[in-house]
Write a protein that binds this ligand. Structure first.
Ligand SMILES: Nc1ncnc2c1ncn2[C@@H]1O[C@H](COP(=O)(O)OP(=O)(O)OP(=O)(O)O)[C@@H](O)[C@H]1O
Ligand SMILES: [Mg+2]
Length: 240
């Protein structure tokens, strides 16, 4: 039997358990044609994020924050560079491959909620579960709506709900799929301060409870400061 002499291990040896990055962005640029000129929206951005971290992406309007979030979530493709989610290099995949990775790993919460107006709160949360073949989608949707305090609003349609309630449905929908990574683009941007505070509490509670990696874009300093790391983007580049 082989024996390992721990004492003789060099002081620089890596710790036994290393956290693998759950998201790797390497030298990503996004350049789009606008009329006669090429507009550089993101310029050689690199970033690594570990499982369970919470990251705030901040910066001025037009800096490229939403563009970067969409690329990291596999909703869009860069002009150059590579992005990996877990062990999948999504930039080497076609849309079908990216859709599979998104279904497996990613949840998304948008500033404008993006609920389907013809579906009830319960149906909105259950739909992605059903699409991914989850058995007992309705029961799970109900469980997550209860967690966000909307157990009494299951059969209400989006227009019958306030902005804060709609965002809570969107958060329940994102978390119900139990994603490894949750992306949120200004999740409190359309909410008043008190409701926004309650929605942020919910994001961080669910983040803690489920060990989800939380990556959010925000203009709100208070929300950014609750994250374990802040990344600042200006004019398409990471500046800190
Ligand atoms: N498809 C596109 N074609 C042309 N320009 C685009 C496209 N997508 C984004 N842009 C431009 O790229 C820049 C960055 O946009 P982005 O939405 O990422 O900014 P942002 O940092 O999220 O801003 P905000 O804080 O206002 O939401 C903006 O100037 C925007 O107009
Ligand atoms: Mg934006």
């Amino acid at each position: 039997m082989s024996q390992v002499n721990v004492e003789s291990r060099p002081a620089t040896a890596p710790a036994a358990v290393q956290t693998e990055p759950v998201l790797q962005v390497k030298n990503v640029s996004k350049i789009v044609p606008t009329g006669d000129i090429q507009l550089t929206i993101l310029d050689n951005v690199s970033l690594e994020i570990n499982q369970g971290q919470s990251i705030a992406i901040i910066g001025p309007s037009g800096a490229g924050k939403s563009t970067l979030l969409g690329l990291m979530a596999g909703l869009d493709t860069p002009t150059s560079g590579s992005i990996s989610l877990g062990s999948h290099e999504i930039t080497a995949m076609d849309e079908e491959g990216r859709a599979r990775v998104r279904a497996e790993l990613v949840g998304f919460v948008f500033q404008t909620f993006q609920l389907l107006s013809s579906l009830t709160a319960l149906e909105n949360v259950a739909l992605p579960l059903e699409l991914s073949g989850h058995k007992g989608a309705a029961a799970k949707a109900k469980e997550y709506l209860e967690q966000v305090g909307l157990g009494a609003r299951l059969s209400h349609y989006p227009k019958q709900l306030s902005g804060g309630e709609q965002q809570r449905v969107a958060i329940a929908r994102a978390f119900a799929c139990e994603p490894k990574i949750l992306f949120a683009d200004e999740p409190t941007g359309n909410l008043d301060q008190t409701t926004g505070g309650a929605v942020s509490d919910l994001l961080f509670d669910l983040n803690d409870k489920n060990g989800t990696t939380l990556i959010l874009v925000t203009h709100e300093q208070r929300l950014a400061e609750r994250c374990s790391r802040i990344v600042t983007i200006d004019d398409g580049r990471i500046v800190d």
